[in-house]
Design a protein around this ligand. Structure first.
Ligand code: CTP
Length: 422
């Protein structure tokens, strides 16, 4: 397969070398197209040696070969890593003043980009708008992830690891039903459930399930988290796959063993911001999104690059938190016609009627198609096999009430989803 690796001018460019090497090692024909800025971070001879092909940045080289369109037309896949804020803006606007720009405009191949920049640049409305345009156009994003950045900074904006970029990029091409759809980093085949595409009431339906609980780091070793194990979400994913759906699981800190045996693309994430990116990327082409994950409403305002020392804190310490985006609310706001969105509401309220009232308020605030109210507490809901739910629709009517194993609850929820799709 012919893969074009675009490298743009950010410090993470040195890590893009790993992407090139990995693709070559896997037997692909790799052509590297760096920007002028990228070559300030990584040398052209390095890229030529690793890719085993000549490297140019300019549309004025090899003009007789019509190189400015030839590369893009030959490509089976284009990967841009790192993609700086500037390069995302240029892509969103179709600028083509260098070889990477023309290549991106001249290709029909899937495009996978791995953004890398400072958190403030990533969160800037201009970048958000550019990312939304690219996603809408079918561009696949991998990351960014939370971690150490250049200098003393840490936070969202670090480029995904080269190995994860390559796996995610190749997953985009994985299988006939995958083009433009499979954006995961870890496809887990199964023997226990029915094969995809076989008959079932969700046959061919593209389902995204978020599962687990997010972890919001404040230094390299610590985080603010919650007790969600991911079992309920995985039960939904497994049942959806068994009913014939094409399933993507965005798994927040879910034990690897729990996803084994589920016929789904698994996208591992850590924090709420990472989960938001992965869910929005997968939801762009999904028929159903089930938000089972316990997403932290707040994250530490600052992520330290080094371990926080207690000597500097004294007897008490205060951790400042800032609001995370509400993924479910954003999904509902951007819902396509016919897309079914399911929210979960974990409530500690033991009284059924009062719990339903809380659910009614929640579905009024975030009008998902279905809201599954889930009773949790010190000894209910989490890390257990059993669950008890009430399912509400907009308007507040309770359309289903059941308790049982997480598999039974999953089946009840998916029965309602199947009905909503018809
Ligand atoms: N959710 C989300 N993004 C967040 C927080 C929650 O997408 N930042 C989703 C969850 O996956 C779940 C639903 O929203 O499907 C839960 O709704 P929410 O109102 O956030 O529930 P709680 O966090 O329990 O709200 P509160 O603390 O106000 O009761």
């Amino acid at each position: 397969m012919t893969v074009i690796v675009g490298i743009t001018g950010g410090i993470a460019a040195y890590k893009a070398v790993g992407v090139v090497r990995d693709l070559v090692k896997r037997g692909h024909e790799v052509h590297v197209v760096p920007t002028e800025g990228a070559l300030r971070f990584v040398g052209l001879p390095t890229l030529e040696a690793l890719s085993r092909n000549p490297v140019t940045t300019s549309v004025w080289d090899d003009v007789s070969e019509v190189r400015h369109v030839a590369l893009g037309r030959r490509a089976d896949l284009v990967v841009v890593a790192p993609a700086t804020a500037d390069s995302l803006a240029r892509m969103a606007n179709g600028l083509a003043s260098d070889l990477l720009g023309t290549t991106l405009l001249a290709t029909d191949a899937p495009v996978v980009v791995a953004p890398a920049m400072h958190p403030q640049m990533w969160e800037h409305p201009a970048t958000r708008a550019n990312v939304a345009v690219l996603r809408e156009r079918g561009v696949h994003l991998v990351g960014p992830v939370v971690g150490a950045l250049t200098g003393d900074d840490a936070g969202i904006g670090r480029m995904a690891e080269p190995e994860d970029i390559v796996t995610a990029a190749l997953a985009v091409l994985d299988g006939p039903d995958a083009a433009g759809r499979r954006t995961g980093t870890d496809r887990v085949p199964t023997s226990g459930t029915r094969a995809r595409g076989e008959q079932g009431d969700l046959s061919g339906v593209r389902v995204v399930v978020s599962a687990g609980g997010t972890r919001e780091p404040f230094d390299p070793v610590r985080f603010v988290g919650n007790r969600s194990s991911g079992r309920q979400g995985l039960a939904i994913a497994a049942d959806a796959a068994a009913r014939g759906a094409v399933v993507t699981v965005v798994a927040a800190n879910v034990e690897a063993g729990l996803t084994a045996g589920i016929d789904a693309t698994v996208v591992p994430v850590g924090s709420a911001l990472e989960l938001a990116e992965a869910v929005h990327a997968a939801a762009a082409e999904a028929d159903v999104v089930v938000m089972t994950a316990a997403v932290a409403d707040y994250r530490p305002a600052e992520v330290l690059a080094e371990k926080l020392k207690k000597d500097a804190q004294g007897e008490r310490m205060t951790l400042e938190l800032v609001r995370n985006p509400d993924v479910l609310a954003d999904l509902v706001a951007a819902r396509r016609t016919g897309q079914v969105i399911v929210g979960f509401a974990a409530e500690t309220e033991p009284d059924r009627a009062a719990r339903i009232e809380l659910g009614r308020a929640k579905i009024a605030r975030k009008p998902a198609d279905l809201l599954v109210v889930n009773h949790v507490g010190w000894s209910a809901g989490f890390e257990r096999e059993e669950n008890a739910i009430e399912v509400l629709v907009p308007g507040g009517e309770v359309v289903r009430e059941t308790s049982g194993t997480k598999a039974e609850v999953a089946a009840a929820v998916l029965d309602l989803v199947a009905t909503a799709l018809t």
